[in-house]
Design a protein around this ligand. Structure first.
Ligand SMILES: [Zn+2]
Length: 346
């Protein structure tokens, strides 16, 4: 009987010792090692139970119960320790990965519109405020819309294949101006007509400093009783909106096949304030657009009665307007992809 009581005391002491050891375990691995030291196949509990074979048969169930109680006590302490370690780890992870939702968001890497596109939109906005609608048309055009209906004689230099991209074997070309959109609009709609047509146009240019593609905005207004005074008033409104009330402007007589009379519009040189510089060729003026009253022949081409209706048209290069508004001396920069240049406009 002394043997079994001694065994029970030893097992209880071993359980208490194991529980103390587990209490001071540094981490998960440490805890597993401690547990194995007591409960493993060659652990201390197993070593104690080797006395079992020396015990009398009737004492063995009691020894087994004592052994199981010891094992359960150690197991229970180990389980709760592992739960605590897991909870601590989770708490540490939550703390480490905590999101501060009050931090300002990072801006994605996007770029403001290209300065050309921004100026084009400004021009659209200015004319939209004066009641002009945007009209568009194909960039690959037929000769009829690009030249013939616009009163270009067959021998006009602009029709030369040296200047125009002609699509081989077809009656097709890359439009050289956005004027064919005016023809298409007049064919499709009855006056009153009030449209602007922004878009890409194409011209052959051997000069490496010129781009074969550039951008125009053209305007067209057709109604009863439209005069040159309406044209001047509309363009003065545009110059005020685009270059400011202080901008000086003048109309110079000119020639275009589809307008009569025709004029070119200059503004006072913004680089030298009219004193004369290399940009304005020392004239003090910078040309910004062409304009004129729509030629009655053009109206007849599209089936509009020139005795009843009259109108004006104007057109400008977006690159040129952008260059003047931003005082950029070399327009090629606008086409480049140098972000340091382009970001200046954002
Ligand atoms: Zn100048």
């Amino acid at each position: 009987m002394d043997d079994i009581e001694s065994l029970e005391r030893d097992l209880a002491a071993l359980a208490a010792e194991a529980q103390d050891a587990l209490a001071s375990a540094a981490d998960r691995e440490d805890a597993i090692q401690i547990k194995n030291r007591y409960l493993g196949r060659n652990g201390q509990v197993a070593a104690l139970m080797r006395v079992l074979r020396d015990l009398p048969n009737e004492a063995r169930p009691r020894a087994g119960q004592a052994s199981n109680a010891c094992k359960r006590a150690i197991e229970a302490t180990f389980s709760s320790l592992m739960e605590r370690i897991a909870a601590d780890e989770l708490a540490r992870r939550i703390e480490a990965e905590r999101l501060d939702i009050s931090l300002p968001a990072r801006r994605p890497h996007t770029l403001e519109p290209n300065p050309l596109r921004a100026v084009e939109q400004d021009l659209i906005d200015i004319f939209a405020a004066a009641g002009f609608e945007v009209a568009s048309g194909p960039e690959v055009e037929r000769d009829f819309y690009n030249f013939e209906a616009l009163n270009f004689p067959p021998d006009h230099p602009a029709r030369d294949m040296q200047d125009t991209f002609v699509l081989e074997g077809e009656d097709l070309l890359m439009r050289t101006h956005t004027s064919p959109v005016q023809i298409r609009t007049m064919l499709a709609y009855e006056p009153p007509i009030r449209v602007i047509s922004p878009g890409r146009v194409y011209r052959v240019d051997e000069d490496p400093t010129h781009s074969p593609v550039f951008h125009q905005v053209e305007g067209l207004l057709i109604d009863e009783g439209v005069t040159f005074a309406d044209l001047k008033g509309t363009l003065r409104y545009f110059i005020d909106a685009c270059f400011g009330l202080q901008a000086r402007a003048r109309f110079r007589p000119s020639y275009f096949p589809f307008t009569e009379p025709s004029a070119e519009v200059d503004i006072g040189c913004i680089f030298c304030d009219g004193d004369g510089c290399s940009v304005c060729s020392h004239t003090g003026w910078l040309e910004i657009m062409g304009c004129g009253m729509v030629d009655p022949n053009v109206l007849e081409h599209v089936g509009i009665d020139p005795d009843r209706f009259s109108g004006f048209a104007f057109g400008m290069g977006v690159e040129r307007i952008a260059m003047l508004r931003h005082r950029v001396p070399d327009i090629r920069l606008m086409f480049g992809n140098d972000l340091r240049f382009l970001r200046q406009f954002s």
